[in-house]
Design a protein around this ligand. Sequence first.
Ligand SMILES: [Zn+2]
Length: 108
Amino acid sequence: MRLVDLEPNWFDARYWEDGNEKIGRSGFTMLCPHCGTERLAVTTRKLKMTDQMLALSEAHPNNGGNIVPGGYVWSIDSDDFADMTVTPSVDASASGHWHGFITNGEIR
Ligand SMILES: [Zn+2]
């Protein structure tokens, strides 16, 4: 399975940088490889939880608030979902969803 097959979408959120409020790309969501229905969020900036939840509920209004996990910042090595590596692993197992790795665009 590849990341591009999980309908990945970038999302924008409000964040703070050098004391200034900004809005910009803050991560992406993708369908959970485990259940294929809920969306998991991979955030690439430190966001306030309220800003993260607002951004995600706007991006996916029918998700039911079940986007996981929150409050964590991942590193990505590419802006291209086809060959992106995300570190460390994405662990949504606490809510019964996928735990695994995204390496060179591959879901493992
Ligand atoms: Zn799932």
